[in-house]
Design a protein around this ligand. Sequence first.
Ligand code: HEM
Length: 458
Amino acid sequence: ELARIPHPPHRIPLLGDLLGASRRTPLQDSLRYATELGPIFRRKVFNREFVFVGGAALAADMADETRFAKHVGLGIANLRPVVGDALFTAYNHEPNWQLAHDVLAPGFSREAMAAYHPMMLDVAARLTRHWDAELAAGRAVDVPGDMTKLTLETIARTGFGHDFGSFERAQPHPFVTAMVGTLTYAQRLNTVPSPALVWRAARRNEADIAFLNRTVDDLVRARRSAGGGQGDLLDRMLDTAHPSTGERLSALNVRRQVVTFLVAGHETTSGALSFALHYLSLDPRLAARARAEVDRVWGDTAMPGYEQVAKLRLVRRVLDEALRLWPTAPAFAREATADTVLAGEHPMRRGGWALVLTPMLHRDPEVWGPHPERFDPDRFDAQAVRARAPHTYKPFGTGARACIGRQFALHEAVLVLGLLLRRYELRPDPSYRLRVTERLTLMPEGLRMRLERRTRTS
Ligand code: HEM
């Protein structure tokens, strides 16, 4: 079945296609292979063979929920020791997936989002206070570092009524350090067979997991002794029974869900904001257009209302385009639910799976034209979106297991970009060249920029 799928030319016995492969940037490595090998290819790492898909027609076929479903493998399976059967890492057949999905989905409804909005504004004000201080001190700002503070505080506050105090710390909160540790470890397990993983790294990982669990257990204990919160995600996890079965999440499952939401709820949004700011800083005319939109839609209101966020259409397109080039959760795996033929060409057995490489899908010239590397938010104006085939843009995954936090992330990111554009001019560091780090997620490494207080012309 694999014979028709191309692979890199120089295979080494035992090591497979490891030559030239990078442990630190497996995704960007695969993207390079994709340009040589085409819309579907395979790579062998030691004795394991992986199939990668990036062509739009193939990816669209794999989005067919009647024949394919999420596959829990690779990096995601490596996270099972941390978060087990919580939403992101559950196998499709595990009962806790449906239970948690049904109990938690209302936490992302319009009404829920509207209630989070004032808290999001509050956290954003902490960011702008910090940036005002950096600006006054003549310092450049650490974009990914500060976006991570912002998004962690936002999910902690809105979801769990918790304050990590990130903006009051010079170093990242130890929760973030432990999280980065476990994500990096999980990614390394993909490319290094476990016996070769040094004992120390495994021990370090156990310590990281223990720290994540301890942090969450403290948070849950505090909520229980407070006798409940204001109906946030944590209250749902602790108190809400399933609407039809009456079942509740177990204590162990709650812990796994809290870790999942604290991690999934901030790491990818932080990257998305950072990439968007990077592109805005490189294109002052685009930034000026976006800023003019913010002025027009928000006027002088210090605190834009919930409804005013989705009206920033151009700002949203900037974010969409940043997530096209750098979808910060850059791959998802799909498995055949019965024997089938992928795109009428590649036979697949039930359980057979392939990895959809989203950055590759988002660069398919058949869909995005001859210059897919060019940053152009107008690719997302209403007309262009209507004209495009379905399943060609998948930063939030696909089907039943797509991102539950999509609206949350979009609302938060557009709100924050709007607030930042309104307040600052972004001055890129002329020597900065985009370098993308990988720890299952993508992040622009070392991105710093200078700010100027915006002088309003209107
Ligand atoms: C699932 C991307 C923000 C929580 C996913 C998946 C992707 C994704 C691609 C599917 C993974 C797969 O198929 O294996 C993103 C991106 C985000 C973002 C790019 C930001 C720009 C968030 C936020 C939250 C969240 C803010 C929570 C507040 C989750 C959860 C799942 C998930 C719980 C698992 C859903 C399930 O399987 O039922 N996300 N996400 N994500 N995301 Fe997000």
